[in-house]
Design a protein. Structure first.
Length: 312
């Protein structure tokens, strides 16, 4: 089946808005620097490159990347670069924070630092946005990168963050599948209990803006035939826009299987902070980084009326 060009649509949408000032922390790999510069060339972002200026310049020359129009902040250490990027966002000088080639732990530590970071009132969470060749629409997976073993209340924030992102992506009422190994409640499988609780929370207005169902196994969430065979009647089954995984391990495995075995393309974004955060893997190519920047730019534009220092 041919690719559905989900990311092309996102990029076209982002190109209709002004470039968003973006703090790019430690762009010291080919793909990190190229991704930021390609997003700048596409007029999606206006990058501020943070890291050792001499190394960035040498890398740009070797990679044949033009950084002449980029502001460069010369900082020699990863931790200090991450802190500087966070401070630029806190001060309103940049409206997106983008991870370069530094370790995620170092990057997120600066984001989460008490009193000096970018935490809002909601739990910070990550969403992968996938263009899967065999699936007829964009597929979002959360949380496969930030929250290791989220509690029920953490998951409520994770779900709400993803629903809010789906709205920005022009999905008016996203269908949210709460994943487990089975479709029935089993007290021995904690994720089935939490799935049922999340659905009841949605019924009571504690989670809004989407249609939730769960527990659902992966096959029933994305395949109508599977749902019919298992006699699962649901507005979500076989049509899910958002997959909510039980924990980081299962989500990370699912996301990487889609990318490496199913030929899916992925963008990654962190939600729940004061600004959108582009969090891609160090192995992600420029195209994934460009798509992630485009998603962040759309989020930043959607939040524009808000005060920069306001929580989500």
């Amino acid at each position: 089946m041919s690719r559905h060009h989900v990311f092309s649509g996102i990029l076209q949408q982002a190109e209709t808005t002004p470039p968003v000032p973006t703090a790019v922390v430690w762009p010291l790999s080919d793909v990190a620097l190229k991704g930021a510069c390609e997003a700048a060339e596409a007029r999606v972002i206006e990058p501020v490159l943070i890291g050792p200026a001499d190394r960035i310049a040498r890398l740009a020359q070797a990679a044949h990347v033009n950084i002449a129009h980029c502001q460069v902040i010369d900082i020699a250490e990863e931790e200090a670069a991450a802190a500087a990027g966070v401070e630029l966002c806190r001060a309103g000088k940049t409206r997106i924070l983008m991870k370069g080639s530094l370790h995620t732990d170092t990057f997120m530590r600066a984001v989460m630092r008490e009193g000096a970071g970018l935490r809002g009132h909601r739990r910070i969470s990550h969403v992968f946005l996938f263009d899967v060749p065999s699936y007829p629409q964009m597929l979002m997976i959360t949380d496969a990168a930030v929250n290791i073993a989220p509690t029920l209340m953490d998951k409520a924030d994770i779900v709400q963050n993803a629903i809010d992102l789906a709205h920005v992506m022009k999905i008016a009422e996203p269908k949210v599948a709460i994943l487990s190994a089975v479709e029935t409640i089993n007290p021995k499988i904690q994720s089935t209990i939490e799935a049922a609780a999340l659905c009841k929370m949605a019924e009571r207005g504690q989670i809004t803006g989407g249609v939730l169902d769960g527990p659902l196994a992966f096959d029933t969430a994305v395949n109508l035939r599977s749902a019919e065979i298992k006699n699962v009647r649901s507005p979500v089954a076989g049509r899910a826009d958002i997959l909510v995984v039980p924990d980081l391990e299962s989500g990370n495995m699912l996301a990487k299987q889609l990318e490496y075995l199913a030929g899916a393309e992925a963008a990654g974004i962190v939600l729940g902070a004061r600004v959108p955060i582009v969090l891609t893997s160090r192995s992600d190519g420029p195209k994934a980084r460009l798509a992630s920047a485009a998603v962040a730019a759309l989020l930043a534009e959607a939040r524009k009326p808000e005060a920069v220092g306001a929580s989500d």
